[in-house]
Ligand binder design. Sequence first.
Ligand SMILES: Cc1cc2nc3c(=O)[nH]c(=O)nc-3n(C[C@H](O)[C@H](O)[C@H](O)COP(=O)(O)OP(=O)(O)OC[C@H]3O[C@@H](n4cnc5c(N)ncnc54)[C@H](O)[C@@H]3O)c2cc1C
Length: 495
Amino acid sequence: MLLAGAVTGLGPAAASAAACQAWTGVPPPSPGTSANGFNGVAVLSPCDAWAVGSDEDGTGLNQTLIEHWNGSAWTVVASPDVTGEDNFLNGVRAVSANDIWAVGESAGSGADQTLILHWNGSKWAQVPSPSPTRAPTISCPPWPRHRPATPGRSAGSPATTAPARIWPSTAANGSWLPTPSLSGNLGCACNAMEAPLPDRRAAPMKLPPVDYEAPRTVSEAVELLAEYQDQASVLAGGQSLIPLLALRLAHPAVLIDINGVAELSGVSAADGWVAVGAMTREYVAEESGTVAGVVPLLAAALPLIGHEAIRSRGTVGGSLAHADPAAELPAVARALDAEFVVCGPSGERVIPAAEWFEGYLTTSRRPDELLTEVRFPAAGRGTGVSFREVARRHGDFAIVGLAASLTLSGGAISDARLAFAGLSDVPVRAGDAEDLLVGETPSAELFDEAARRATDGIDPPADLHGSADYRKKVAAALVRRGLRAAADNAARGSD
Ligand SMILES: Cc1cc2nc3c(=O)[nH]c(=O)nc-3n(C[C@H](O)[C@H](O)[C@H](O)COP(=O)(O)OP(=O)(O)OC[C@H]3O[C@@H](n4cnc5c(N)ncnc54)[C@H](O)[C@@H]3O)c2cc1C
């Protein structure tokens, strides 16, 4: 297969040292093709570098994108014809000029959906990927209660492990090998559990030592929270908490695993509200007909969270309790004025979204309170919504995201809601723009002015993903596009 552009001048010999430019002023690959994303670069010399990523405007046959720098220009290099339409590369490592590896994901075509390409000095070829699905399944005995289990696995469930694979350094036999574990076997965590644990710190652990509780009811969970207070972390889907533990950014003394609290899961509608239990998995909410029919903005945002694997473990309550300002659900909750129900030793209280998000990863939940449910108001007749975001790659947290909802009555806007993700340490409502919109008839000029008002005076953060100015421009573009989309589908709904 061939990607857009010519296939020329490959390898280190292609450029003489004299033709080399200094690194300063190296132009980006694919100038002018804004939709392309480069996620990895490997530099062999100033005259020989490789950039890999995805060709997101769809001009490439399989959407993988490989470009080579020969010291003076980038050229697109043919990548192998990988079946599927949503492939991308996100890392490249050069062993030598004739031995370069690029890795990424293929949407469904490759075994395990991993994608591995190899450059042998003259062409890129796809290499069969390891197949963890064929790895042996190892059953562990149930986790005893009150013993430290692998968080994320519910007590009593059998453990399976698919060992990681490595490519033999010689690459001689062309097959992937299981990763050897430290103990010489395939490393089931339960082996360690069978042995006495005199000093857990002596055993190699990804997570820091932590005690583990698995309540079965909300009142048991609340009792445990009252006992441990801020020494405890609630474990829901573990998709944010476990990485924080592994990176030693969180140090709870005890994990209170609420995966066994059945009463916390489910979606129900009553009295103009949809209640989503805190432990409702993101994919369950995504597939819920009630959510799709009654809270379309929530339905629009859910598929943008990470990948299916993340959403199959991650929970609606976990995302909102974690309160990442770049996440989708906090922006939706803020736009819709959702209500947060928490349960503590003195009973329940309901916290409005405007008071829930207090700062970066910080909410107004007290340490002895459990988030039990989040309530979203039903969309009124004539409401159109849109959730738009710009992210580095599909599935990444938004660099900037926008939740938009417009309600039309008799052709005029009767309700407008705009909330940004990624512009501050909390999700941000664009109140001035909302005020401007209400009472007006949708038009391109109105939406331009709303974009100006929504971004006037904002001071977004700058980081390696984008400058403050870039975020501001993206935010304005998202307002224009989001409002246009919301108005279009509101007009269809109010017919
Ligand atoms: C690779 C990757 C990509 C991701 N991409 C995105 C993305 O694009 N957008 C996005 O929004 N998210 C993304 N996530 C995060 C994902 O959505 C998580 O599921 C979510 O942020 C946390 O939900 P969880 O159920 O896993 O919570 P956990 O990780 O278990 O908990 C998160 C925090 O919330 C607290 N908590 C959880 N439940 C409760 C409760 N009921 N009461 C009180 N406190 C509670 C925990 O103590 C912890 O502090 C990504 C995660 C990964 C690993």
